[in-house]
Design a protein around this ligand. Structure first.
Ligand code: FES
Ligand code: FES
Length: 196
């Protein structure tokens, strides 16, 4: 039974995948348990429940977060995106499509976390964030090439017990290429509009 607000619980509103959800949670409830046990958003998976496997990765204000280490009460007022909200309507997100096309999974248990992570990795890379695998971290060097080593390092918080890593790296690379191509088209259109 859902708890009523008390000294150990609070009524909160969570903004998840563009929808507001009102619920009362014990202050110790993790975001992961709120998603899965209270809101039936079971796409986000529980693996280790201690921040080590990445299965529970969601996006909080566009940044990756392991939902097993975040409290639901601390997520109030943030924009949360789970695997259920990654697609654009009926159209799969390019990362989802690449995982499908390139078999970036086996049992699929880690896949929602891998995909959420990859969505943010591609944005982080495009924004010029370096990783531990980046050779030249000077801002003027710009985003490093998204090599397999870069992808492996940036995705290293997401474990796959089936060992589907080879296909996962290929899928992230393909989705990143699609992202870059779309960004180039947007840029060209902006230039055309500016000139016209
Ligand atoms: S379940 Fe959260 S990191 Fe493993
Ligand atoms: S596909 Fe099975 S754990 Fe990754």
């Amino acid at each position: 039974m859902a708890p009523t607000p008390s000294s150990t619980s609070s009524a909160i509103i969570l903004n998840i995948n563009g929808e507001k959800h009102q619920l009362t949670v014990d202050h110790r409830t993790t975001l992961l348990d709120a998603l899965r046990e209270r809101l039936d958003l079971t796409g986000t998976k529980k693996g280790c429940d201690q921040g080590q496997c990445g299965a529970c990765t969601v996006l909080v204000d566009g940044r990756r977060a392991v939902s097993c280490l975040n409290l639901a009460v601390a997520a109030e007022g943030r924009e949360i995106t789970t695997i259920e909200g990654v697609a654009e309507g009926d159209r799969l997100h390019p990362v989802q499509q690449a995982f499908l096309d390139l078999d970036g999974y086996q049992c699929g248990y880690c896949t929602p976390g891998q995909i959420c992570s990859a969505v943010a990795v591609i944005e982080e890379h495009a924004a010029g964030w370096p990783s531990a695998a980046t050779g030249d971290v000077r801002p003027e060097a710009g985003p490093p090439p998204l090599t397999p080593d870069e992808i492996r390092e940036r995705m290293s918080g997401n474990l796959c017990r089936c060992g589907a890593y080879v296909s996962i790296v290929q899928a992230v690379a393909r989705a990143a290429e699609a992202h870059e191509a779309a960004a180039r088209v947007d840029q060209d259109e902006t230039v055309k509009e500016t000139v016209a």
